[in-house]
Design a protein around this ligand. Structure first.
Ligand code: URA
Length: 203
């Protein structure tokens, strides 16, 4: 097992070398610096269309995603797909990934160390996918990518600036679909956020 600091450094070097999303996926397949890889069934890299105007980033794959090798195929999928449809989008018109591309055992939250090791990869993935709008699904995604300390209830629906490495784009945190399944009353806020995203896409 590689020491965490070394793993984070190796991740930064490896991610930098990826010239395309296919290369990044291949590099991740070979990367052994994150212990989650050993317990996961497979890498969950992305779904949707690279180069789409909007990119969604969740937290980590769950059981179903681990089996299928695609993000958001489990319980959260239906709700996410309905939210996309409500603003005229679908899976083919967006690009979807997670902060951590391997399922944490038992669907536990990734540790800060695991997220930090995987961070260079998702940052490079965003840079290479080059969306106009980044949507962080849930607090951990927003905190990791946007560097914000406040919780999701305070930050959802607000526009932030995100530097992809290539350019500055708009970024918005919104509630995670899994949270909305547990707290359906909050759906009206997510609805507002999706309308704001729709407006931004049109503008
Ligand atoms: N939750 C996430 O954050 N990502 C997935 O891919 C599935 C559930």
């Amino acid at each position: 097992m590689v020491a965490p600091d070394e793993a984070a450094m190796a991740a930064r070097d490896a991610a930098k070398n990826a010239k395309s999303l296919d290369e990044l996926r291949a590099i991740l397949e070979k990367f052994n610096g994150c212990a989650l890889k050993a317990t996961a069934t497979q890498l969950v890299f992305a779904d949707g269309t690279p180069g789409a105007k909007v990119m969604f980033v969740g937290e980590a794959p769950g059981r179903d995603e681990d089996i299928e090798g695609l993000p958001f195929v489990g319980r959260s999928r239906k709700l996410l797909d309905r939210m996309l449809a409500a603003v005229g989008l679908d899976r083919t018109s967006v690009y979807i990934a997670n902060i951590v591309p391997w399922r944490p055992p038992g669907n536990r939250t990734p540790t800060p160390q695991e997220s930090q090791i995987c961070l260079p990869f998702i940052l490079r993935q965003i840079e290479l996918a080059d969306p106009d709008i980044l949507v962080c699904l849930g607090g951990p995604s927003a905190q990791t990518l946007l560097g914000i300390k406040e919780g999701i209830t305070k930050t959802r629906g607000r526009w932030f600036t995100f530097n992809t490495g290539k350019r500055e784009i708009r970024a918005m945190p919104t509630f995670h679909p899994a949270f909305l399944l547990r707290s359906p009353l909050q759906k009206r806020f997510a609805w507002r956020d999706f309308l704001a995203i729709k407006k931004a896409l049109a503008g």
